[in-house]
Design a binder for this molecule. Structure first.
Ligand code: GAR
Length: 201
C-alpha cells in the first residue's frame, strides 16, 4: 500500500513508521508538511522519501492549500494518509477525497482533550490516567471513529513535557500498529453503529 505522512513538527512518529512499516508492510511514498522548516521533513529526506511543504501564505485560502496537497497525494497514487503531528485543520473537501483513508494519532484518550495542547489540558485538569488514541479522521476536531487506544497511569506527574515523552513512546508503537491494520484491510465499521470500528482478526 502507498502511504503519505503529513506532519508539522519533529517527526518522531514519522521516524517510527519509517523504522517499522516502511519497506515491510507498506511504502511511505510522500511526506507533506504545512511548514517548510518542519524538522520532521529531514527524517523523510534521509530515507529518500519525496517531501513537499505547502505553506498557507502561498495560497488564497486553506481550502486551496488542502486541495493542492490532495492533488499531490493523488499524483503520487497515495492510498492511505497518516497524520503524524499535523497541527493544521484539514478542509472538508480534503477529508471527502480521502474518506476513511486518513489516520491520526492524538496524545489523549479521546473524546477527552481534543484539539491542540492535549497533554497540557489533561495535566491542568488533573487526570491520573493518560493515553494515546489512533483514529480515522472525519470533519470534526479529533472526533472520528477510534481504532486503537492505550492508557497509562501517571498519578504523580504534573509536568506536561514529561508526560508527553511517555506518551510518545506509546505513540511510536500504536500508530504503526494502526497503519498495519489499515494495510491489512482489517478495519471495518459496525453496521449497527458506524461510529464504532471493528477490527477483524
Ligand atoms: C504527537 O505527540 C501527536 O500525538 C501530536 O503531535 C505530536 C507530534 O510529534 N498530535 C496532535 O496533538 C494532534 N492533535 P512528532 O512530530 O514527534 O511525531
Amino acid at each position: 500500500m502507498r502511504i503519505a505522512v503529513m506532519l508539522s513538527g519533529r517527526g518522531t512518529n514519522l521516524q517510527a513508521l519509517i523504522e517499522s512499516v516502511h519497506g515491510f508492510d507498506a511504502e511511505i511514498v510522500a511526506v507533506a508538511s504545512d511548514h517548510e522548516d518542519a524538522p520532521g521533513l529531514r527524517h523523510a529526506r534521509t530515507a529518500n522519501i519525496l517531501t513537499r511543504s505547502f505553506e498557507l501564505d502561498q495560497f488564497e485560502r486553506r481550502a486551496a492549500r488542502d486541495n493542492a496537497i490532495a492533488d499531490w497525494l493523488d499524483e503520487n497514487e497515495v492510498e492511505l494518509v497518516v497524520l503524524a503531528g499535523y497541527m493544521a485543520l484539514l478542509d472538508d473537501s480534503f477529508i471527502a477525497r480521502f474518506r476513511d483513508r486518513i489516520l491520526n494519532v492524538h496524545p489523549s484518550l479521546l473524546p477527552a482533550f481534543p484539539g491542540t495542547r492535549a497533554v497540557e489540558q489533561a495535566v491542568a485538569y488533573g487526570v491520573k490516567v493518560f493515553g494515546v488514541t489512533v483514529h480515522l479522521v472525519d470533519e470534526g476536531i479529533d472526533s472520528g471513529p477510534i481504532l486503537l487506544q492505550r492508557s497509562v497511569e501517571l498519578p504523580g506527574y504534573s509536568d506536561p513535557t514529561e508526560v508527553h515523552q511517555i506518551l510518545q513512546a506509546i505513540e511510536h508503537e500504536l500508530l504503526p500498529e494502526g497503519v498495519r491494520l489499515m494495510v491489512r484491510g482489517a478495519v471495518g465499521r459496525d453496521p449497527a453503529n458506524p461510529q464504532r470500528l471493528i477490527i477483524e482478526p
